[in-house]
Design a protein around this ligand. Structure first.
Ligand code: PAF
Length: 310
């Protein structure tokens, strides 16, 4: 399968590495020439739960160099999706599938608007990876990847994508209700990410303090109210218990949002807690805790360069 992965962060590099090791025709596309040069020279290096490995991948900043692909994986942060799918017509053919496994809500819609919903595949992944430096990742945890179409249909292409991923060692299954999965993952991120970014605590530590536990409970319950009103059927019965279980299972993890804050980067707050605030507003529901979390993370982002040392 000819696979183009857009974005060479932790997740893009992890998927590129596994698929390249399985001898798929993998290309990484990134608009940063330094990253492109480094990865072209050294390939991708990983250490962690899948052992230590290094693999060469083809890498470019110019989509025209690649030609039509069978599969495109969007692996940029959610706020870059629009930008990432601009000027990629040369790699999108009639039968090209476009997969998003990004955090948060709204990516399927953004891609569908440009390329049509029939070719878009959504999903979630429980793989955990951290970018140590360019081309160098830590494979922090492994878990299922679940993919599907928003209309629930399972065409041949989707089945062969599942086979390709499983053959490459990326444990994958198909779901007919991908919306439920994306919301179920969203609620986990709502409960964990902003809180870790604000407190600078690893996931597991959020459970050790009364304050963070209370805020987590309220943020999750506001999000669940929105999901219920939208008739989204979550995949677990007790959302707060699920968020706590994820905190325990990923206790030592530095969440993706805390990693962004540590690197003074833009975060995905608008696609996580911010989405809950906007959706609650449009449904006439209150979401004060998610509003506060969103405003605090935005303040952290806005003050990266003018924090007075005290
Ligand atoms: O965004 C993240 O970091 C992850 O989705 C999760 C589940 C919170 C684990 O760190």
């Amino acid at each position: 399968m000819k696979i183009v992965i857009i974005g060479s962060g932790a997740m893009g590099s992890l998927f590129a590495g596994f698929l390249a090791k399985a001898k798929e025709d993998v290309w990484l596309l990134d608009n940063n020439p330094q990253r492109a040069e480094k990865i072209s020279e050294e390939g991708i290096k990983s250490q962690g739960v899948s052992g230590s490995w290094q693999v060469k991948v083809k890498m470019t900043t110019d989509p025209k160099e690649i030609g039509p692909a069978d599969l495109i994986i969007i692996a940029v942060k959610s706020y870059h999706t629009k930008e990432a799918i601009k000027n990629i017509e040369s790699i999108v053919a009639e039968s090209t599938m476009i997969l998003t496994l990004q955090n948060g809500l709204g990516n399927i819609e953004v891609i569908s608007e440009v390329f049509g919903p029939e070719r878009v595949i959504g999903g979630i992944t429980n793989q955990g990876a951290t970018l140590l430096k360019i081309a160098n990742i830590k494979h922090a945890g492994t878990g299922e990847t679940i993919i599907g179409r928003i209309d629930g249909k399972i065409p041949v292409g989707l089945r062969s994508l599942r086979e390709t991923f499983n053959k490459a060692g990326i444990e994958t299954r198909i779901s007919k209700d991908i919306k439920a999965l994306i919301w179920s993952k969203l609620i986990i991120n709502v409960g964990i990410n902003a809180l870790t970014a604000i407190t600078r605590l690893p996931n597991g530590k959020l459970l050790e303090f009364e304050g963070t536990r209370k805020i987590m409970e309220q943020a999750v319950s506001e999000a669940v109210r929105v999901a219920k009103r939208k008739r989204i059927k979550l995949i677990y019965d007790d959302p707060l218990a699920k968020v706590e279980a994820v905190c325990q299972a990923t206790a030592a993890n530095i969440s993706s949002m805390l990693q962004d804050v540590q690197k003074k980067k833009h975060t995905e707050i608008d696609f996580i807690n911010g989405v809950i605030v906007r959706q609650a507003q449009s449904l006439g529901l209150a979401a004060p805790v998610n509003t506060m979390l969103t405003n605090l993370v935005k303040t952290i982002e806005a003050s990266y360069n003018n924090v007075v040392a005290c």
